[in-house]
Design a protein around this ligand. Structure first.
Ligand code: PAF
Length: 280
């Protein structure tokens, strides 16, 4: 596995692969890799001749008072796991390599970036869209692979690539869950043993809501209220619970068929997100 931290070195290797007619898949990550990330790499390997994984804890997507400094960094374990999976190139730049100190350009996907997670994390999706756009420009991948756990992030990235005519095929990969149903996330590491048991109720709230909708309950507002109540009674401080259309992520109405249920809630110091999407 090549390991580079300079954009110029990344480009040299990519150029050689391109000259040999090889296709390239990119898996952008912030490291602290878990089984969910490893599935992204496995999927990427099926889609292209070469797989590039980036590890970059992107400061511009963290707000003031968020966990940028304390975000788990597990360089050695990540490298070992990526090597074992047959990753071709690990790109792990410093902040100064990725951002000019006087950078003036931000990529912003309007409206959607301000809803749901964007409402409680102002600027978060601008940071995501900007860094992913930069990574797309650096790697120029044929395919890029992201987790469906961050459903809104995936929609923001798809919209950004469409609007900016970036020729990349964006693939979403199923959320990997613990046996309890808890979605795998680097932030699960912040949970205490007791909190981890309660955390599984976030997925339970989504599953209950989905089952109600599939059983014909069509008052989405009532479903949202019941889910928020369930989360509060379980010990969470819910941020939002919304029934949305999966295509454009607008609030769903009774006639919509393809839905995504989105939830975010705090448990102690940890903010958790999850979703379920389905058709009826
Ligand atoms: O999902 C993540 O890990 C990050 O938001 C991403 C897409 C790597 C951008 O920094």
């Amino acid at each position: 596995m090549h390991k580079v931290n300079k954009v110029s070195d990344l480009r040299t290797i990519i150029r050689a692969w391109r000259s040999a007619g090889q296709s390239i898949a990119l898996v952008p990550t912030m490291g602290n890799l878990h089984a969910g990330h490893l599935c992204l790499v496995t999927e990427a390997k099926k889609k292209a001749d070469r797989v590039v994984v980036s590890i970059f804890v992107n400061p511009t997507q963290f707000g003031a008072g968020e966990d940028f400094e304390s975000y788990p960094r597990t360089e050695y374990e990540d490298q070992t796991a990526l090597n074992e999976l047959g990753t071709d190139l690990l790109f792990q730049p410093e902040v100064s390599e990725l951002y000019e100190s006087d950078a003036k350009t931000v990529v912003s996907v309007l409206e959607l970036s301000k809803r749901y997670c964007g409402a409680s994390r102002p600027g978060h999706f601008d940071g995501v869209a900007t860094v992913v756009c930069k990574l797309f420009n650096m790697v120029q991948p044929d395919v890029a692979v992201f987790g469906l756990k961050d459903f809104q992030q995936l929609t923001v990235i798809r919209t950004m690539a469409r609007d900016l005519n970036i020729p990349v095929d964006i693939i979403g990969v199923e959320t990997v869950r613990e046996q309890s149903g808890l979605a795998m996330s680097s932030r699960n590491g912040y949970l205490t043993t007791e909190e981890k048991i309660v955390a599984a109720k976030l997925y339970q709230s989504l599953s209950i809501a989905r089952d109600c909708i599939l059983a014909g309950q069509l008052s989405f507002q009532e479903i949202e209220c019941n889910a928020l109540l369930f989360l509060r009674e379980s010990g969470f401080k819910p941020d939002y619970f919304n029934v949305c259309r999966s295509g454009d992520m607008q609030s769903a109405i009774e006639t919509d068929k393809d839905l995504v249920l989105l939830a975010a809630a705090r448990l102690g110091k940890t903010r958790l997100i999850d979703n379920i999407y389905f058709s009826r």
